[in-house]
Design a protein around this ligand. Structure first.
Ligand code: 7PM
Length: 287
């Protein structure tokens, strides 16, 4: 049961990522404003300490982001993004031998971080930027393709789809897979993500999670990122710092619906929720 492309190990540079069970990806934001006014040194120190903690808590992957892909974030040049992300990637790879993913849409950043030893690329724009397909193909790294209509700046203005959201996501991802394959990116290197919270209403997000298993038809590993998102805030009426329990419920459900990578802020509790869910799903299936 380990040779389906959905659960086969991913070749992430020097790392192999075993996807025969669901894994947790820890979010590491490297943005000046996400840490108080300590300057560059503290920023790096804090980021590294946080990453070490997430690894100790069981994160299989650390997803490093320089904020250019965040909804509503002011655009950051590829050079600025690299200045933030590169020192963190370098350290995590060299000192901690971590499997590092980089949340970026910029081809320049993709090329440089693959040189620095990153093991995965995560692009919320699904390689639609000029030159991104080629850069990702050259890197030889697995890429997470996320569904999003529009750009982070405008996507939340009255999201509308002419077809059911799950069909829109399926069609979009299928088209991006084809674009990747035409650019020489091997299908076996792709991971798919429905893009919770990106250009979607709460109703879209809930429906999409409930029907996420329909994306399994594409035959690739699925990633879900719902940690602390507004879909939790809106259903439970909780501010961002009170969304952990809601997020754990969503992570458990995503695993049941076929997700093999869960992108989260709270790694320790998420690993427990995912492992517990997995134990139930496995019961009776083992010989
Ligand atoms: C503000 C709003 C800050 C939203 C950050 C975010 C995903 C991602 C992000 C996801 C993949 C967040 C998002 N979300 N990459 N990057 N999937 N693959 O909540 O759902 O982390 S940024």
């Amino acid at each position: 049961m380990n040779d389906s492309p959905t659960t086969a190990p991913l070749h992430c540079g020097r790392h192999r990522l075993d996807l025969s069970y669901p894994r947790v990806m820890g979010i590491l934001n490297v943005t000046p404003d996400s840490f108080s006014d300590g300057g560059q040194h503290t920023l790096l120190d804090d980021a590294l300490r946080h990453a070490e903690r997430m690894l100790a808590e069981g994160a299989a992957i650390i997803d490093v982001g320089g904020e250019s892909t965040r909804p509503g974030a002011s655009p950051v040049s590829p050079q600025q993004e690299l200045d933030r992300v590169a020192p963190v990637v370098e350290h995590l790879v060299r000192e901690l031998d971590a499997l590092v993913s980089v949340d970026t849409s910029a081809p320049e950043v993709m090329r440089e971080v693959s040189r620095l030893g990153a093991g995965m690329l995560n692009d919320v724009r699904a390689l639609r930027r000029e030159g991104a397909l080629q850069a990702a193909a050259c890197s030889g790294l697995p890429v997470c393709l996320m569904h999003m209509i529009g750009e982070p700046g405008d996507m939340q203005q009255a999201p509308h789809y002419d077809v059911d959201i799950e069909d829109a996501v399926l069609t979009f991802l299928d088209e991006r897979i084809a674009a990747c394959e035409s650019a020489g990116l091997r299908r076996s290197r792709l991971i798919l993500d429905p893009g919770f919270g990106f250009g979607k209403t709460v109703e879209h997000n809930l429906r999409l999670l409930n029907r996420m298993d329909q994306l399994k038809i594409l035959g690739l590993p699925l990633l879900a990122g719902m940690s602390r998102k507004s879909m939790i805030g809106k259903v439970l009426e909780r501010p961002v710092e009170e969304r952990l329990a809601g997020g754990l419920a969503l992570a458990a459900l995503a695993v049941e619906r076929g997700a093999r990578i869960l992108r989260v802020h709270d790694v320790g509790p998420s690993v427990d929720a995912v492992d517990m869910t997995w134990a139930v799903l496995q019961e009776g299936l083992e010989p």
